[in-house]
Ligand binder design. Structure first.
Ligand code: FES
Length: 56
């Protein structure tokens, strides 16, 4: 699929980072899988509990 992956660049806890991301991926999965930030937790996975909230 064209444009399925996108380059994203951002500052993560004071460090500039970048990666190619599947446009369908959740931020929670990106942080956990690509940056090994296992402190980011999933709860309900439907946007109701707030367990996956991050500060932007
Ligand atoms: S896991 Fe994200 S709101 Fe519940």
């Amino acid at each position: 699929m064209k444009d399925q992956y996108r380059l994203v660049e951002f500052n993560l806890n004071g460090k500039d980072v970048s990666c190619m991301v599947d446009a369908r991926a959740s931020l929670t999965d990106l942080l956990r899988n690509d940056f090994r930030m296992t402190s980011v937790k999933k709860g309900c996975e439907v946007g109701e509990c707030g367990a996956c909230n991050v500060l932007i």
